[in-house]
Ligand binder design. Structure first.
Ligand code: SF4
Length: 671
């Protein structure tokens, strides 16, 4: 709605504040950015400009790629998200030194070089380029779209007869409007604005704002409008001109909020007003770029307010401050329409779920700790700091304190809280906790599951390795037995039979002797085959059951190792499931093997006890004990695995009189 130029300022302020709150709530944004002044040479001669200069005053006509990268890297290190390229318009058409510098570098124009530097900064630092290159053709805008997240050009004024623009062909209104239109056709998130106080009237400004609104109505691409006040600067043609009066500036800001559609964000630079908080009263919802690294190259005499001060002023007026990207959230969240495919990853990487800038490097599952959002008082309480009563968060919290339940919509709003709103939520939660359960805080100690899983994984991989080694050892042992024992025995039998064949009838007595030897050798071979077969698979378990197998195995063990074994059975015997019997038998073998290999004990005890609920097998020695491993050796791991396969357990305990006690317990249910 275009207000009459005679509308009193208070009326405009009231209306503008209402429009802003309705369209953008209580959030005010800013863009942490670094300025890259690619060239300060310009073919135009704007009367207020202190940025453009002459070739003689600068060392090089353009920043070279190293200088560009150095600034960008400093910005990225300081937490910036945006690389704002500021530059004069087409200096190569005015200054031969600019044209030859570009030609030497292999570029045909400033815009061509700008495209290359945007890509370089994006690829090397991840910063999102915003190209502010003035009045451009559709082709130039299109080339920049592929390497930038947004672009901009101040419309400034539609007045063609302003003294300050005499000698500035790029400031012709029709060229500016054509650029604005082409950007819309190409789907470029676009920033534009007006300059107030350069000889323009209120009607002139309203005309320019209406032209911007019309372009946006056609394409939806105007993401923000900057309303900037003129301030005279030394060494410029307008150094003696009066600055834009503060009241006139406020009137224009508020009028812009009323003329522009609600979805266009309204920005006013905080460093160009002494009391910048009043700009919030005039309906702005964005402070623009604030750089922790570089000065405002266009207004070098006006430093940026510190971020803390910006936050303080914003919160004093009941608003919350949030960092944004150079591309606004509604455009970020529709990348297919507004971003070249080459830019989408970079924008996504820096944006949060709301399309705003990520303000911390923390991410779920990452190694960086989340930021601390709350400051606590010395006694640990979160200070109560309710946001403006009109803020949606404050409204929800007031309801909570009255006992109302929050629904999905309210929860989503609470998740979007920032700054003082977060502190207010924490304070209300703290108050509710105190009311409901007092000040006692309990906790549950949880095992560190990640460490446990890693430990298990390591054990399993060690076990797999051990199983492979064991398998190889078994094959090697089998091969040796077959070659050394059975091979030689069969060779000897063959030799005796051949010798018998060659004998005459008179030598029959010698045959008898050979036959006796063959019989003895065959008997001993049979025993070896049985022993080998038993070690490969205890067939006796199937024939005689677990207890029968023990009765056969223990004497054999004593005979083979020289270790005496005392065996004792208690409880009522029962038939065991085949798997249980096999695992009990293997654990018995492994436990006795440990006695042989590690204990240095001359004797061992084996106890088998049947209780109503369990079967318990114990092997105890009088040796040197478990040592540092505490039951983690691979034989012990394999025993544990076998027990778990039948829902049992294995314990490795120090024996009462010294030595080791290995106990396997199997529940009756699987017996
Ligand atoms: S076009 Fe921009 S850089 Fe060039 S003189 Fe005008 S204001 Fe300065």
């Amino acid at each position: 709605m275009r207000p009459p130029v005679t509308t009193p300022l208070p009326d405009l302020l009231a209306g503008a504040g209402e429009v802003r709150d309705g369209a953008h709530g209580h959030r005010v944004t800013f863009s942490p950015k670094v300025f890259i002044p690619l060239t300060r040479l310009c073919r135009d001669r704007c009367g207020y400009c202190t940025f453009a200069t002459a070739p003689a005053r600068i060392a090089e006509p353009f920043l070279d790629r190293e200088a560009v990268l150095a600034i960008a890297r400093a910005g990225a290190a300081a937490g910036c998200h945006e690389a704002l390229f500021t530059l004069g318009e087409r200096p190569e058409l005015r200054y031969p030194v600019a044209a030859s510098w570009l030609a030497e570098q292999g570029y045909g124009s400033t815009v061509e070089y700008l495209v290359a530097m945007c890509a370089l900064v994006r690829d090397e630092t991840g910063l999102l380029p915003h190209a502010n290159a003035g009045a451009l053709s559709a082709d130039e805008l299109g080339a920049l779209r592929a390497v930038s997240a947004s672009q901009g050009m101040m419309l400034e004024s539609l007045r063609a007869d302003l003294d300050c623009h005499r000698g500035s062909p790029d400031k012709a209104p029709e060229r500016r409007l054509a650029t604005l239109e082409a950007a819309g056709t190409l789907g470029i998130p676009f920033t534009t604005g007006i300059l107030v106080g350069i000889g323009d009237s209120r009607d002139d400004r309203l005309d320019a704002l209406e032209a911007i609104a019309a372009a946006h109505a056609a394409h939806g691409h105007v993401q923000e409008v900057i309303v900037q006040n003129f301030l005279p600067k030394p060494d410029t043609a307008m150094h003696a001109a009066p600055p834009c009066p503060a009241e006139e500036y406020l009137w224009t800001v508020a009028a812009a909020r009323l003329v522009l559609p609600g979805d266009i964000h309204l920005q006013a630079p905080p460093n160009l007003s002494d009391d910048f908080g009043v700009l919030l009263d005039a309906g702005i919802d964005d402070w623009g770029g604030v750089s922790p690294v570089t000065i405002d190259h266009v207004n070098p005499e006006r430093p940026w307010p510190a971020l803390e001060r910006l936050n303080e002023v914003t919160e004093q007026r009941g608003y919350t401050l949030a960092p944004r990207l150079t591309i606004y959230p509604s455009y970020t969240l529709a990348p297919e329409r507004w971003l070249d495919p080459a830019m989408r990853f970079f924008v996504l990487d820096l944006s949060d779920a709301e399309g705003l800038a990520r303000d911390a490097s923390w991410c779920s599952g990452g190694e960086i700790a989340p930021p601390e959002l709350l400051e606590t008082s010395p006694v640990g309480r979160v200070p109560m700091a309710m946001p403006s009563s009109e803020s949606p968060v404050a409204e929800i919290l007031a309801g909570v304190l009255l006992g109302q339940e929050v629904g999905e919509r309210e929860i989503v709003t609470l998740f979007g809280a920032r700054g003082s709103e977060v502190r207010a939520i924490a304070a209300v939660a703290d108050q509710l906790r105190t009311e409901i359960v007092g000040d006692d805080v309990t906790f549950v100690y949880n095992r560190n599951m990640f460490d446990h899983v890693e430990e298990l994984s390591n054990l399993r991989s060690e076990l797999a390795q051990q199983l492979i080694t064991t398998q190889e050892n078994t094959f090697r042992s089998l091969s040796r037995e077959l070659h050394d024992d059975f091979g030689q025995i069969l060779t000897a039998i063959g030799a005796m039979l051949a010798r018998a064949q060659r004998r005459t009838p008179a030598e029959a007595g010698a045959d008898k002797q050979d036959l006796r030897e063959i019989q003895e050798v065959t008997q001993s071979t049979l025993e070896k085959v049985r022993s080998l077969s038993q070690s490969l698979h205890p067939v006796i378990l199937e024939d005689a059951g677990f207890e029968g197998a023990i009765d056969v195995y223990l004497p054999t063990f004593e005979k083979q190792t020289g270790i005496s074994v005392h065996y004792e059975k208690s409880g009522t015997s029962r038939e065991l499931d085949r798997a249980v019997a096999t695992h009990l038998y293997r654990v018995l073998q492994e436990a006795l093997n440990n006695v042989v290999r590690h204990s240095k004990s001359p004797s061992a005890q084996v106890r088998l006890n049947y209780t109503p609920d369990e079967v318990v097998l114990e092997v105890e020695d009088r040796g040197v004990g478990l040592g540092k491993g505490g039951g983690r050796g691979m034989g012990l791991v394999s025993m544990r695995e076998r027990a778990e396969l039948v829902n049992g357990r294995v314990e490795f305990l120090p024996a009462e009189g010294g030595g080791t006690l290995i106990r396997m317990t199997v529940p009756a249910g699987v017996v």
